[in-house]
Ligand binder design. Sequence first.
Ligand code: PA5
Length: 447
Amino acid sequence: MAIRFDSFYAREFIKENDLKGLVPQVASAHEMLHAHAGLGNDFLGWLTLPTDYDKAEFARIKAAAAKIRQDSDVLVVIGIGGSYLGARAAIEFIKGQHYNALRGDAPEIYFAGNSISGAALHDIMALCKGKRVSVNIISKSGTTTEPAVAFRVLRSYLEQQYGEKEAASRIYCTTDRARGTLKQLADEKGYECFVIPDDVGGRFSVLTAVGLLPIAAAGIDIDRLMAGAAAAAEDYCDPDPAKNDCYAYAALRNAFYRKGKSVELLVSYEPRFTMMAEWFKQLFGESEGKDHKGLFPASVIFSTDLHSMGQFIQDGSRIMFETVVAFDHSDADITVEEEQQNGDGLNFLAGKPLSYINQKAFEGTVLAHTDGGVPNLVIHVEKPDEENLGRLIYFFEKACAISGYMLGVNPFDQPGVESYKKNMFALLGKPGYEAQKAELEKRLGQA
Ligand code: PA5
């Protein structure tokens, strides 16, 4: 198996009956999902997306990516939350964290519009200077403030550099099929548009144009990515968690939640996984964190964070379990050389590849943390390639849906995200929010 779930290091924390008791609930969550009978059932497009996608649009994505690779030194991807995390995570998973420095003949790719920081946007504008630039603006609603503001800045820059007509040929717009301010603007200006299907929510959208265009522009094989996801869709459809790794993972995280754990710590020993963990945190956090329920998703990269968070994990409040994403094979390695002087005392490692030393770090840590009362689940990934990335994306998406239904929440909405937006709009004086403004300013002590 290219992906294998292993609960060996959790065995002392979970009794067989804990899991047996959950089997009917997993089956019922499975039934709700596949019969489209559960909450949020109009957002299940992601379930069949790996095979049931718009092939004509897929071909247009590849053509646009080829054009960007040929006529651009820089691609700025504008989006926030589900409209950027998946693409960034996928690019770093395949190409590593230093993608922009080591990219070969692919364009540099920068992500903008995922904060309201003037300094961050200023840096991206500086990185664009003197280079051939294209922009991919991604927003399902087409109205989100962060990407809209960044797009206004980038659009004006491109129009000044190239004139309105050529700027339009360098702007790619990924949004709703028909609705929203962005779609309206794109139609007026003649930008090439890609569709975010109505039935796919932001955090489940990485295998639509949202993720696929930037991923393909980075030179990653999106056919293999979709093939991996399609294989996972086939592998993870047995309702019995004993025969379905994805459901076994969903059931066990639910079992830990019931036993009082409140944090799931996603762990990897590969820095290239940092953004995948950010994507995971949005996926599970936004899907499960509602009605005052849900595991808080957190993440660390080891051994790096053993030197910052290791003390707490080993010895602090017993609130968490760990889910380790472990790579069985690395695509690049370095072996420690023998030195005659052995001044640094490292000859006991001579001839050993770093992947071996990293594996021993994992084994030592898993034993220490389980000794400290922290259960460990492990998701083994054979190697970091496109197929396995597709598999892993689908594994987590489906586990999240099953887990959310087991928790009794709607895993496909995000009502809580709106509260800050309303307040921010009122405080900024957006038309229509006048009544709230005075009241909020009073609460802030500004009236
Ligand atoms: O998962 C989600 O729905 C959110 O994270 C959205 O992706 C995010 O808020 C951006 O929204 P939009 O694509 O409408 O700009």
